[in-house]
Ligand binder design. Structure first.
Ligand SMILES: *Cc1c(COP(=O)(O)O)cnc(C)c1O
Length: 397
């Protein structure tokens, strides 16, 4: 079969592929510590599950309006107001089939052949393929560990061309754990607004913040930035609802209308039952979110202590999300049984085969020096896994 050039130009999601490999090894009885997880290890809270059961019992099982139920859209509007001080009207928000789908739709709605989208690296694995699938060109802008992997204004200015349509900003970040402070974000956002470069602000990890940090939504910076930003969020990470597939966004009405048109011709509405659950997540009790955040912070402290014991390894201290992204550059060029480790893919393969540890090679995020370790796993698993990593690294010569 002759498949399209479009599909041949992208790879399947490497993070999901790694999880599949770890699961397969585990099924064979190998005691794998999986640092690959891109989701909270907590269950979806009971009151949220109950809302879904009630939706089924009430017969809420038919098509809903394409951009989401009015009730869930209202809950999203209330959430943006309550948590972020953002005012969005009904025609400025929509519900999507997971947060991933929100950015996919934006790319489809925004890009013509050859249009450019700025993607600061390290990036979330799905941004570049989504740009490519829409006929656009991802312009990858590297950042540095010394700067917390945060984009610097001078680098942004150099990357913008007359073809630039948009930029992805993801804070708290997957994979680096970096969180932009208001002072770090403002110059970037104001520059983008002045150039008409749409900011796609991916705020999926908003409540997972450490050391008493507060969150600044990009769109809240100024009226000009608000008009030039689409805010992406969802229930997957905040409420441990990855399988329910509900994301949402708020932004310019014209863009939301365009995304809704595409959604109407592709997925139609997100699942009716999951929308009821998401409504309960946003409107219901929020205390457990902060409690879970404390667990993530404790695990952040634990994994950072253990990483600091690895000779030659440096790591930016995560300020949010549940990922650590240490650099293993010092080990590249070393050998094990005659085979040389040339980069993050080799080292991740080596750790899987020799330490029974699964972690995602940084090359998947556009930063080959590093490997991503999710700490959304138990303290015991973190200790066991990092001890194995330490022992395996010591065998490289
Ligand atoms: C997990 C994630 C998303 C969206 O996840 P969904 O499961 O599709 O809701 C979006 N952005 C980033 C950076 C993520 O890590």
């Amino acid at each position: 079969m002759q498949l399209s050039r479009r599909v041949m130009s992208i790879q399947p999601s490497p993070t999901l592929a790694l999880n599949a490999k770890a699961d397969a090894l585990r099924a064979q009885g190998v005691d794998i510590v999986n640092f690959g997880a891109g989701q909270p290890d907590f269950p979806t809270p009971k009151h949220i599950c109950e809302a879904a059961k009630k939706a089924i019992d009430d017969g809420f099982t038919r098509y809903t309006p394409v951009p989401g139920t009015p009730e869930l859209k209202q809950a999203v509007i209330d959430k943006f107001k309550r948590d972020n001080g953002l005012d969005y009207a009904m025609d400025q928000v929509m519900i999507n089939v997971g947060g991933k789908h929100s950015s996919y739709l934006i790319m489809q709605a925004l890009l013509d052949e050859g249009d450019e989208v700025i993607v600061p690296a390290p990036y979330w694995v799905s941004y570049p393929p989504m740009v490519i699938l829409a006929g656009g060109k991802p312009v990858i802008v590297p950042t540095k560990l010394e700067n917390g992997f945060k984009l610097q204004l001078a680098d942004l200015q150099k990357a913008v061309s007359d073809k630039t349509k948009a930029i992805f900003i993801n804070s708290p970040s997957n994979p680096t754990g970096g969180v932009y402070s208001e002072a770090e974000l403002r110059p970037l956002a104001e520059f983008c607004a002045s150039k008409g470069v749409l900011i796609i602000s991916d705020e999926m990890y908003e409540p997972i913040l450490f050391d008493g940090r507060t969150f600044t939504a990009t769109a809240s910076l100024s009226p000009e930035v608000y008009a030039n930003t689409v805010t992406l969020n969802g229930v997957s990470k905040a409420y441990a609802m990855t399988g329910w597939r509900i994301g949402y966004m708020g932004g310019p009405a014209e863009l939301i209308k365009a995304c809704s048109k595409i959604q109407s011709q592709s997925t139609s509405n997100p699942t009716s039952i999951a929308q009821k659950a998401a409504e309960e997540a946003l409107n219901g009790p929020q205390e457990f979110v902060a409690e879970r955040n404390q667990s993530f912070e404790r695990r952040r402290d634990l994994i950072m202590d253990l990483i600091s014991e690895l000779p030659g390894v440096t790591c930016y201290r995560p300020e949010g999300s549940f990922y650590a992204f240490p650099s293993f550059k010092a080990y590249y060029g070393k050998k094990f049984e005659g085979k040389q480790i040339t980069g993050s893919q080799d080292l991740a393969d080596y750790l899987l085969d020799n330490a029974s540890v699964a972690a995602v090679p940084g090359i998947a995020f556009g930063e080959d020096d590093c490997i991503r370790f999710s700490f959304a796993i138990s303290d015991e698993q973190i200790k066991q896994g990092m001890a194995s990593v330490k022992a395996a690294l010591a065998k490289l010569t």
